[in-house]
Design a protein around this ligand. Sequence first.
Ligand code: MF3
Ligand code: CO
Length: 254
Amino acid sequence: MITIKSASDIEKMDVAGRIVEETLNLMGEMVRIGISTSELDREAEAFIRSKGAIPSFLHYSGYPKSICTSVNEQVVHGIPGSYRLKDGDIVSVDIGAVINGFHGDAARTFLIGNVPDEVAELVEVTRECFFEGMKYAKVGYRLGDIGHAIQEHAESHGYGVVREMIGHGIGREMHEEPDVPNYGKAGHGIRLEAGMTIAVEPMITLGSHRILQLSDGWTIVTVDGKPAAHYENSLAITDGEPRLLTLHEEVTRA
Ligand code: MF3
Ligand code: CO
C-alpha cells in the first residue's frame, strides 16, 4: 500500500531529512586521506543522536553500523570498519535517521584526493541522474518516467544502471511501497500523486551493471571491479515541483 502523507507528516519528514542532510555535510567535511570509515560512522551516529534522532540503519535486519560507506567498486551497503580512505578513492556515504516517527534517507559520493577524471565524471553524472529523474517526480507523470530518465542519462554516458538495488517509498518506515527503480519505460508504472514520499537513488557503474554481494552479507560490489557511484535524496511529490527533504542547501567546497 502506498501511503499519502499529510502536510504535517511531510513537515516531520523534513525534520528527519534535514538531520540526514546535515550529517552528510559533516561527512563531507570529515572525509580525507587516512580517515577510517569507522571514524565516519562514529561521528555520524553521535551527530544524529545529538539531534534527538536515531540512526535508522543500525540493527536494521541485523546491519551492524549506523551508516553505509561504500568505497570504489563497492556500490552500496559497505560496512564501516578499519579501512582508511586513500588518495584517489571515492566513497559513497548513505545515511538514514528517524525522528518523531518519520524517516529520512540520503546518500552522496565523495572524492578523496586526486580521483581519475573518468571516475570523477561518473560521480558527477550519477548526481545528474537524480536530477534528471526529479524532472518527472511530479503529478501527471508515472514512476516509469523517473526510472527511464535516470537510465537514459546514465546509459548515454556508457555507464551501467544497477538493477537489483532500487529506490523506495519512505515515511513511517524506511522502506515503503512503491519500488522506485533507476530504469524503466516512459509512461509505465503507477501514477504519481501529491503526498507520496519516495527516495530516489541512482546507483551507477563505470563498467557493467552486474553486481554481487560479499560474504559479509551486506556489501554490494560490481562484478567487474570497476567503480560505482550512489546519490540519493528523499522527496515529496506535491502539486508543483517535488519537495526535496534531504537537500536544502548546496554546500560549496573549495
Ligand atoms: N539507503 C539504503 C536503502 O535505501 C539503506 C539501507 S542500508 C541498511 O536501502 F543497512 F539499513 F540496510
Ligand atoms: Co534508500
